[in-house]
Design a protein around this ligand. Structure first.
Ligand code: MN
Length: 290
């Protein structure tokens, strides 16, 4: 199944190139007394919601995927976790280019540790990336996004994939420079997730998926998740030794080689085998003076 948020915060079910408005199913979400439990309420209750989503889809009029404005398929994660330096060829290009990483960020992923991106950076593909700085390099990082489905703490690697709700395309947009990653990668709109979440049952092996990103039709990044240094289950298990993972939490699993700068007017086209495809426009954002 593929679920999404689209247009004016409608809940959608994507099927055969069409998106169906299943917002009526949201009436069946358990009441959420403020402040409620941590995590995204829809993702937390997804199992019980499927019958209602399917019922709402019956008789719903679909609209072509190409005409829908896709928002982030997770509305309210408690955190967005990033895995750095997770592809050998990306580590090599980064270490060869002082514009990409400075001395303090060199080293293997196990030494670097994970990082966090602010939740306020999260957008869907239709919202676009809004650049803040005309005078600083901002790169695309194309990644597999993992969405956690249930609460996890100190879990075993062998069990880790059973905690996944689904997968989506992720862009870990990054200002290059010497500051901490959490600053440079948390600008508004610098965490793109979309166009929908494909449920985990549809992805046989998240560690063997072709993916690519082109900018204005020029191929920039093309790889397969099998080249990750830490595979999906290791990243989830490792993250869960530091943080309790809550439903809707997102892991951006690292980028392959081919990262590069974008400027206003660029269009990034992203594709992950078995997940989907999306286009993301780059615009001049708040404070951009170019
Ligand atoms: Mn990244």
């Amino acid at each position: 199944m593929k679920i999404c948020w689209f247009d004016d915060n409608k809940l959608g079910l994507v099927h055969d190139g069409m998106v169906f408005d299943v917002s009526a199913a949201l009436d069946h979400l358990p009441p959420q007394p403020y402040p409620g439990p941590m995590g995204d309420p829809l993702i937390a209750n997804l199992e019980g919601m499927w019958p209602h989503i399917e019922a709402a889809a019956k008789g719903a009029v679909g609209k072509p995927v190409a005409e829908a404005r896709f928002l982030s398929p997770v509305a309210r994660p408690t955190k967005i976790i990033g895995t750095p330096a997770n592809y050998v060829k990306h580590v090599a290009e980064a270490e060869a280019d002082p514009e990409i990483i400075t001395e303090r960020f060199k080293g293997r992923v196990e030494e670097q540790g994970l990082f966090l991106k602010a939740n306020s950076a999260l957008v869907g593909p239709a919202e676009g990336v809004r650049l803040r700085f005309a005078d600083r390099r901002t790169d695309h990082e194309m990644e597999l996004g993992v969405v956690i489905g249930r609460t996890a703490s100190n879990i075993e690697e062998s069990e880790a994939l059973s905690y996944v709700a689904g997968y989506a395309i992720a862009l870990d947009m990054s200002v290059r420079g010497p500051e901490d990653r959490s600053l440079r990668k948390s600008v508004d709109s610098y965490a793109v997730l979309g166009p929908w979440m494909v449920t985990a049952d549809e992805i046989e092996d998240p560690d063997d998926l072709d993916f690519s990103l082109s900018v204005n039709g020029d191929m920039r990044q093309e790889s397969n998740t099998k080249f990750m240094i830490l595979d999906t289950k290791r990243q989830i298990a490792w993250a869960s030794t530091f943080y309790t993972l809550h439903p809707g939490d997102i892991i951006m699993t690292g980028t392959c080689e081919g990262v590069g700068p974008v400027v206003p007017g660029d269009v990034m086209a992203c594709d992950i085998e078995g997940v989907g495809a999306m286009q993301v426009r780059v615009e001049a954002g708040d404070g951009y003076d170019g």
